[in-house]
Design a protein around this ligand. Structure first.
Ligand SMILES: [Zn+2]
Length: 288
């Protein structure tokens, strides 16, 4: 993805890796006819042509406003013990990629997590002499209080348990966490939109600058296929029915609007617009 300018603000994607996932791993019920009917816009960016596996990108967004450098979602991270093989004990060069933006990690002012799942909080911390310490030493980390309260009480073995221990609590212990409600904003450019369902306190992050608008959607929409089929429930949602309701409302409100969507897991060009078509709402990538 090339940088996108929203008014006076620059957005870049920093990719950790791209996975290929079986639709039956992602969705509760899935029939390949959905891909066949929508292949004109799903292939080859979002679905692998040969196998019909779904591409899933894991990336952060770097937002540079005139005042602040903000990182949204922090992928899976390195050296973390996780049940999923592709997430377990990763050793990637994610942090070295900051150099291409003339940045080092001490320059990040805010880290914002759309929710507290392991693949959105991983680089919050890194291992230093056997201890988990904040990766971004000068940043304030913004977490949804609702999500924090929920994940702080999950049981061992449940989704989110391990990442609370190694990627969220160390931030609180270092006094770098700010637990916020939905009314939180960072100056006039960054606001939150509550989008519960995937997790109890899931938030989308809205960016407005010079009358141009964008939104970072986290796991409100996992894959572009859910833009035309918003009722596809994933296997990863806390309340799948509420997630569907929230997603439908979001797509209805943002179809044919001039709002640039920055999703958390869409691959390749990634950023795009939701447009109406003969097939219902579809995702049009912005190739710049
Ligand atoms: Zn998630």
């Amino acid at each position: 993805m090339k940088p996108e300018y929203i008014g006076k603000t620059k957005v870049n994607k920093i990719e950790e890796y791209v996975d290929r996932l079986d639709p039956s791993f992602v969705f509760k019920k899935f029939n390949n006819y959905i891909i066949e009917e929508n292949q004109s816009w799903l292939l080859p960016d979002f679905v692998e042509k040969k196998t019909l596996l779904l591409y899933f990108s894991f990336h952060s967004y770097l937002i540079e406003t005139p005042r602040y450098k903000i990182l949204i979602d922090t992928c899976v991270g390195n050296h973390k013990s996780r049940p999923l093989p592709n997430w377990n004990m990763r050793n990637s060069n994610f942090l070295q990629k900051f150099k291409q933006f003339n940045l080092d990690r001490s320059m990040i002012d805010f880290v914002m997590c759309t929710h507290l799942h392991a693949d959105h909080v991983g680089w919050n911390t890194l291992l230093d002499n056997g201890k988990w310490v904040p990766t971004f030493p000068n940043a304030e980390y913004i977490f949804s209080k609702k999500d924090y309260d929920f994940f702080n009480n999950v049981k061992e073995g449940d989704q989110g348990y391990l990442s609370m221990i190694d990627s969220v609590r160390p931030i609180v212990e270092h006094s770098q966490a700010k637990l916020v409600d939905d009314s939180f904003s960072i100056d006039e450019t960054i606001h939150l939109e509550p989008t519960p369902g995937h997790t109890p306190g899931h938030i989308c992050i809205k960016l407005n600058s010079e009358n141009e608008h964008a939104i970072f959607t986290g796991d409100l929409i996992h894959h572009p296929i859910q833009v035309c089929q918003p009722d596809l429930e994933t296997n990863f949602c806390f309340d799948p029915k509420l997630a569907v309701k929230t997603r439908k409302e979001f797509i209805e409100n943002n179809t044919d609007q001039n709002v640039i969507i920055f999703p958390a897991h869409f691959s390749n060009h990634t950023k795009g617009l939701i447009k109406s078509s003969k097939m219902g709402s579809v995702y049009k990538v912005i190739k710049s």
